[in-house]
Ligand binder design. Structure first.
Ligand code: NAD
Ligand code: TYD
Length: 339
C-alpha cells in the first residue's frame, strides 16, 4: 500500500513508520513543529519506501499537492498532543486538531483516498468513574481543551462517514510510552530527570490513574486496524493495567535504582482527570489484537532506552534537534530544505 502519514516525525507516528516501512510505501507529511523530530526517523530516512514532505495539515493546497490520487490510506496522527500546553493556549489545538482533520478529510475525499485512519485518544471519554472503562457505549465527555479538540475531530470523521460515505476508521488509544517520546510527557521527563538525580514533578496527590500502553503494541494494532478494520468503526487499544501515577513513578525509581525522595509534589494541573481506562475487547474480538508487552517489561526497556540515549534527550531539551539537516548534511542542504 501507499500510506500518507501525517505527523510521522512525532512519537507514535515515527514508531508506526518504522513498523510499516518494510511492507508499505510511506509519505510522511509533517509540519515539524516542536514535537516533530527527524532524528526519530533515522532508521528509515534512506529506505526506498520512505519520503518526507514538510507541510501543514491545515493547508489544503499543500496537502493536495503531496497526496497522490487513489492513495491507499491516510494515517492521520498530526496533532498538538500535550494537555498542559492546551491549558496554556488552546488556539493551536483547535487549528491543527480540528481544522487540520477536516482539511485532511476533504482533500482525501477529493483525491479518492481509499481509507482514512484517524488516530484519536481515550481522553475523549473524559474522567472515568472508578470502575468505568471506555468503549463504544461510553458518552463523549472531554475535559481538557486537548481532549475537546480531539473529540471535535472525531465528530468530523464520523460526519464524513455519514455524509460522504468516507471509508474512515477511528482508533482510541490510552497513554503511550516508549522510545522517542518528547521529554515533556510524564515518563520521558521522569526518566530523564531521575537519571540526572533531578526532582520529578508529581501533579497534585499523584493518584490519577492512566492506562499505559507500549507504543509498539499500539502501532501493531494500528496496522491491523488499517488492513482489516471495518469501515466506519471505532476501535479501542489500552494496556489493560490502569495504574496511579505514583505507583508508576515508584516502580520506575526502583528500576533506575534512584530514591523516592526525587518525587516532588507540585501544584495540580487545572481540571486534571482522575482516571482513564480503556476496554479494548472490541479490538481483541474483531482483530485478535491484545497488548503483548507487560508494563514492567516495557518500562524497563524504555528506561534503558532513555539512559542509552541521553544525547537525544539533551538535543530535545536544548532545541538542537530542530537543526537536523544542518547537523546531518551541512548548512547548504539545510537552506535548500527550508527547515
Ligand atoms: P507528538 O506530539 O509526538 O507528534 C505530533 C506530530 O505532528 C509531530 O511530528 C508534529 O510535527 C506534527 N504536527 C503537529 N502539527 C502539525 C500540523 N499542523 N501539520 C502537520 N504536522 C503537524 O504526538 P504523539 O504523541 O505521537 O501523538 C500522535 C497522535 O496520537 C495524536 O493525534 C495524539 O492525539 C494521538 N494520541 C497520543 C497518545 C499519547 O499517549 N501520546 C495517546 C492517544 C492518542
Ligand atoms: P501526560 O504524560 O502529560 O499525559 P496525559 O495528560 O495525556 O495523560 O501525563 C500523564 C499523567 O502524569 C497525568 O496524570 C499528568 C501527570 N503528570 C505529572 O504528574 N507530572 C508531570 O510532570 C507530567 C508531565 C504529568
Amino acid at each position: 500500500m501507499t500510506l500518507f502519514v501525517t505527523g510521522g516525525a512525532g512519537f507514535i507516528g515515527s514508531e508506526f513508520i518504522r513498523q510499516a516501512i518494510a511492507r508499505h510505501r510511506v509519505i510522511n507529511f509533517d509540519k515539524l513543529t516542536y514535537a516533530g523530530n527527524l532524528e526519530n526517523l533515522d532508521a528509515v530516512a534512506a529506505h526506498p519506501n520512505y519520503s518526507l514532505v514538510t507541510g501543514d495539515v491545515c493547508d489544503a493546497a499543500a496537502v493536495a499537492e503531496a497526496l497522490p490520487e487513489n492513495c491507499d490510506a491516510v494515517v492521520h496522527f498530526a496533532a498538538e498532543s500535550h494537555v498542559d500546553r492546551s491549558i496554556l493556549s488552546a488556539e493551536e489545538f483547535v487549528r491543527t486538531n480540528v481544522v487540520g482533520t477536516q482539511v485532511m478529510l476533504d482533500v482525501a475525499r477529493h483525491r479518492k483516498v481509499k481509507r482514512f485512519l484517524h488516530i484519536s485518544t481515550d481522553e475523549v471519554g473524559g474522567d472515568m468513574d472508578p470502575d468505568g472503562w471506555l468503549n463504544n457505549a461510553s458518552p463523549l465527555r472531554p475535559s481538557s481543551p486537548y481532549a475537546a479538540s480531539k473529540t471535535a475531530a472525531e465528530h468530523f470523521v464520523r460526519a464524513a462517514v455519514h455524509t460522504f460515505g468516507t471509508d474512515a476508521v477511528i482508533t482510541r488509544t490510552s497513554n503511550n510510552y516508549g522510545p522517542y517520546q518528547f521529554p515533556e510527557k510524564l515518563l520521558p521527563l521522569a526518566i530523564s530527570n531521575a537519571v540526572e538525580n533531578r526532582p520529578i514533578p508529581v501533579y497534585g496527590d499523584g493518584m490519577q490513574v492512566r492506562d499505559w500502553i507500549h507504543v509498539a503494541d499500539n502501532c501493531r494494532a494500528l496496522l491491523m486496524v488499517l488492513e482489516k478494520g471495518r469501515a466506519g468503526a471505532t476501535y479501542h487499544m489500552g494496556g489493560g493495567n490502569p495504574l496511579p501515577n505514583l505507583a508508576v513513578l515508584k516502580l520506575l525509581l526502583k528500576i533506575l535504582d534512584r530514591p523516592e525522595s526525587l518525587l516532588t509534589s507540585v501544584t495540580d494541573r487545572l481540571g486534571h482527570d482522575r482516571r482513564y481506562a480503556v476496554d479494548f475487547s472490541d479490538t481483541t474480538a474483531e482483530l485478535g489484537w491484545k497488548p503483548e508487552i507487560s508494563f514492567e517489561e516495557g518500562l524497563r526497556a524504555t528506561a534503558e532506552w532513555y539512559r542509552g540515549n541521553v544525547e537525544w534527550v539533551r538535543r530535545c531539551r536544548s532545541g538542537e534537534y530542530r537543526n537536523y539537516y544542518e547537523r546531518m548534511y551541512g548548512e547548504r542542504e539545510a537552506t535548500a530544505k527550508k527547515i
